[in-house]
Design a protein around this ligand. Structure first.
Ligand code: PHE
Length: 481
């Protein structure tokens, strides 16, 4: 099956990109990271990155996909050839594939928790339960490697099947109904939170800030989260961009994706923290936050079992539409490069990622605290994989910005953007200078504390890379003109 086809409708890229962007990142990760990092300051960095860096890179990444009409790695090879630039740019594709593989491994484990809660809701086993019971239930889930592995396996198989069938058939129909439905139920939960929780405390926790509250690793996490939530810097958007109709507008689409994605995260955050503060729970509870607070609300709400059941089904839908976008770029590469059939390619990717996911499974039980990982890296395997993706995604995004900003000529980029000269210049300034500087700044800021050796290496790479890139392209552009 050719991967060079185009979505059947002009608007499908938007739908698919929203499906990729909206997921566990908004509902699960955003609230818990915000809670762990003290609230407002975290959101400030997150929001600034979305607007100054995320949107321009979203445009750039879609552009590279649509201009090459290939999977990320092959697409970069193509662009390198046609622009006679350094082979090193292929690292955009490889970094992306590595990040996709790492993210899928833990994403699937967490999405598995939602399978558990869908079941718990629909069977009514949590009706009327109190905070302590629900908390204990969650701890029991994490303590069971068998259950976690079962759910992880189910989720990854479901995702693999959809991609194996071909994403066009898989995505186009489902998303149209699921996304709006998810948003409506989130609003119901928010309404419940406003009526029964402490909305005032939630709003002031999220929207008042003191930058000093943010640890150095918090900066990296906030930036990593804004890349994560927009699915940036790892090839998902590039792979989807390759199927995007030439007519659709890059800028308008990027703004729409960022807007919907941010709105979902904010509503989820407000709803969850209203419940947290209303019930006297701990905002810094970590990865379990959403899975403890929301079942608590559903346990007390009229028709809670039903509403909760539907809610977790929609969470699963949002998670699946994201996880397929993690599989797609790697699978498309395997198809193009090694002539595998689509099902074979998906199988290879999914099995490898599934196996890696077992490390995350064990991070919550057998390997908690005492694992070789803890002794070696001072954190669990799950935290370590997350840290790697927090580095890979911004780094990938940085390289994408530099490539789109410096390697593509004015007319090429303009041909894709087809927009006013003023906005084009603003965008180009953002991807040439602002985005790289912002990413480099956050990497540099985290040098002293995070992972003594890892981050300096990355920081140095970024700087050297940016210099080399700028020089090559300046030289080339001046030759061309
Ligand atoms: N953006 C998705 C989410 O917020 C996660 C994701 C990251 C999906 C990267 C694809 C690529 O849940």
């Amino acid at each position: 099956m050719s991967t060079h086809n185009v979505w059947t409708h002009k608007g499908t890229f938007l739908l698919a990109a929203v499906g990729s962007a909206v997921g566990l990142g908004n509902l699960w990760r955003f609230p818990y990271l915000t809670g762990e990092n003290g609230g407002g300051a975290f959101i400030l960095i997150y929001a600034l990155t979305i607007f100054a860096v995320g949107i321009p890179i979203l445009i750039a990444e879609t552009m590279l996909g649509r201009a090459s009409r290939r999977s990320p790695i092959m697409g970069m090879r193509f662009l390198i050839r046609t622009h006679k630039t350094s082979r090193a740019w292929e690292s955009i594709g490889w970094l992306g594939a590595a990040a996709a593989f790492l993210i899928l491994s833990f994403y699937s484990v967490i999405a598995g928790w939602a399978i558990h809660y869908t079941w718990q809701m629909l069977t009514g086993s949590l009706v009327g339960a109190d905070a302590a019971t629900i908390g204990a239930g969650f701890d029991a889930l994490l303590a069971s490697p068998g259950l976690l592995t079962l759910y992880h396996t189910l989720f990854i198989i479901a995702s693999g099947l959809i991609v194996g069938l071909g994403i066009h058939r898989g995505i186009e129909s489902g998303l149209r109904i699921m996304m709006p439905a998810l948003f409506v139920i989130l609003l119901v939960v928010l309404g419940y939170g406003i009526a029964n929780g402490d909305f005032g405390a939630a709003a002031s926790f999220l929207f008042t800030f003191n930058l000093a509250d943010l640890s150095l690793e918090g900066w990296l996490q906030a930036m990593g989260q804004s890349f994560f939530t927009l699915s940036l810097g790892m090839g998902a958007i590039m792979a989807y961009g390759a199927y995007m109709s030439s007519e659709a507008s890059l800028s308008r689409t990027a703004f729409a994706v960022a807007f919907v994605d941010t709105a979902v995260a904010m509503v989820a955050g407000l709803a969850i923290f209203s419940l947290v503060f209303g019930a006297g729970l701990d905002a810094g509870a970590g990865p379990g936050l959403m899975f403890v607070t929301l079942p608590l609300a559903f346990a007390e709400m009229p028709f809670g079992a039903l509403i909760g059941g539907v809610f977790f089904i929609l969470v699963l839908g949002a998670a699946i539409s994201s996880s397929i976008s993690l599989i797609e770029p790697v699978a498309a590469f395997l198809v193009e490069r090694f002539d595998l059939t689509r099902p074979q390619a998906v199988f290879a990717m999914v099995v490898a990622s599934w196996a890696l996911g077992l490390l995350t499974v064990m991070s919550f039980n057998m390997w908690a605290e005492t694992s070789p990982f803890h002794t070696l890296f001072g954190r669990s395997a799950f935290d370590f994989i997350e840290l790697l993706t927090n580095i890979f995604m911004p780094l990938g995004g940085l390289l994408i910005a530099l490539f789109a900003g410096w390697a593509l000529t004015h007319s090429e980029a303009m041909k894709e953007m087809r927009t006013s000269e003023t906005w084009f210049q603003v965008w180009r300034f953002l991807v040439r200078f602002v985005a790289p500087a912002a990413v480099a700044f956050v990497f540099l800021r985290t040098i002293p504390q995070v992972e003594g050796y890892l981050i300096p290496a990355v920081g140095a790479l970024v700087i050297v890379g940016a210099f080399a890139a700028g020089r090559t392209f300046l030289a080339e552009n001046s030759q061309q003109q």
